[in-house]
Design a protein around this ligand. Structure first.
Ligand code: F6P
Length: 336
């Protein structure tokens, strides 16, 4: 059945990720192409509570595909977690005549979206909600890929390559902390790409002696005089790990916490392209009068999954990548 949707809201919520703007652009332009109006909700769910919005059209999303951050701003809303806050948000939907919401963000964003849509149904409203996964952590269970991950990997690689130059000159050990409070995807991908001596991730219990000290030793025996330890923030604090290394083998590591630099920057080709496809798919899903969907990328295919089901899905951490890292960087004949 062709579309009863007339006007949709689009918002970005939670931690920002490069490519969010490309997704907003895709939503606005696909909607315009199909005769649907779009309102930009600013500052995530709190914008929906406070009626903080901006009218959007094809030209208001010009020249943003290449920009990091999000032109709609983002926030984490405590108030939206309560029924009363969501009731206010539904009031804004009624006021603005929104019959669909596209929410771009991570797991917390989607849980908020589901709660909103359930509350809307209880109130007799037909509010269709679609989520687009965007987080540099790549930790959404229902999607193999989240917008922003590739750019963040590239940012980390660029920084670590620079660190490597000076580490090499001074024959030092570097401990670099990358983001990933609950997930080690960023750390592991980056670790493989920079040829790290060791990578510590929250998904794998850390055996400090085996995973760190023994790897440094192997690298030294292979002739290397500089070492790169990459730590996901959820696996430990880089300063503490640096201190532990010093206590164990007497070398004085230099510690770098890459921090929020990882969340910024112009999105990579992969993030722009994925965001464009996902934004397009989100509007298609609304057009088909599907509510409560999450757009996901599974085995290279864009899919729209039932939100409730999607939020119960988990993805298996690819531990084989850990073996790849070990084989490539800690082989006795290959120096880091
Ligand atoms: O976007 C997810 C994430 O990057 C986590 O890896 C990190 O712990 C967190 O955001 C930090 O976010 P903020 O500083 O915005 O609270």
């Amino acid at each position: 059945m062709e579309n009863q949707v007339k006007r949709i809201g689009v918002l970005t919520s939670g931690g920002d990720a490069p490519g969010m703007n490309a997704a907003v652009r895709a939503v606005v332009r696909t909607a315009a192409h199909r005769g649907i109006g779009t309102v930009g909700i600013r500052r995530g769910w709190s914008g929906l509570i406070n009626s903080d919005f901006v009218q959007m059209n094809t030209s208001s999303v010009s020249h943003i595909i290449n920009k990091g951050g999000t032109i709609l701003y983002t926030a984490r809303s405590q108030e939206f977690m309560d029924e009363a806050g969501r009731a206010k948000a539904l009031g804004t939907c009624r006021l603005l005549g929104l019959d669909g919401i596209v929410a771009i963000g991570g797991d917390g964003t989607f849980r908020g979206a589901l709660a909103l849509s359930r509350q809307a149904a209880e109130a007799g409203m037909n509010l269709r909600v679609v989520g687009i996964p965007a987080t540099i952590d790549n930790d959404i269970g229902c999607s193999h890929y989240t917008i922003g991950f590739d750019t963040a990997c590239n940012t980390c690689i660029e920084c670590i390559d620079k660190l490597r130059d000076t580490m090499q000159s001074h024959e030092r050990c570097s401990v670099v902390e990358v983001m990933g409070r609950h997930a080690g995807y960023l750390a592991l991908y980056v670790g493989i790409a920079v040829g790290a001596t060791a990578v510590l991730i929250p998904e794998r219990p850390v055996d400090f002696e085996k995973d760190v000290i023994e790897n440094i030793r192997k690298a030294r025996l292979a002739g290397t005089t500089h070492y790169m330890i990459v730590v996901a923030e959820g696996a430990g604090k880089a300063f503490y790990i640096g201190q532990q290394i010093q206590d164990a083998i007497g070398i004085e590591p230099r510690v770098t916490v890459l921090g929020h630099i990882q969340r910024g920057g112009s999105p990579s080709a992969r993030d722009r392209e994925t965001a464009s496809r996902m934004g397009y798919a989100a509007v298609q899903s609304l057009l088909q009068d599907k509510g409560n969907r999450i757009i996901s990328l599974l085995d290279g295919q864009i899919r729209d999954l039932d939100m409730e089901e999607a939020l119960t899905m988990t993805k298996t951490f690819q531990m084989d990548r850990y073996d790849i890292l070990e084989s490539l960087t800690n082989s006795p004949s290959i120096a880091f």
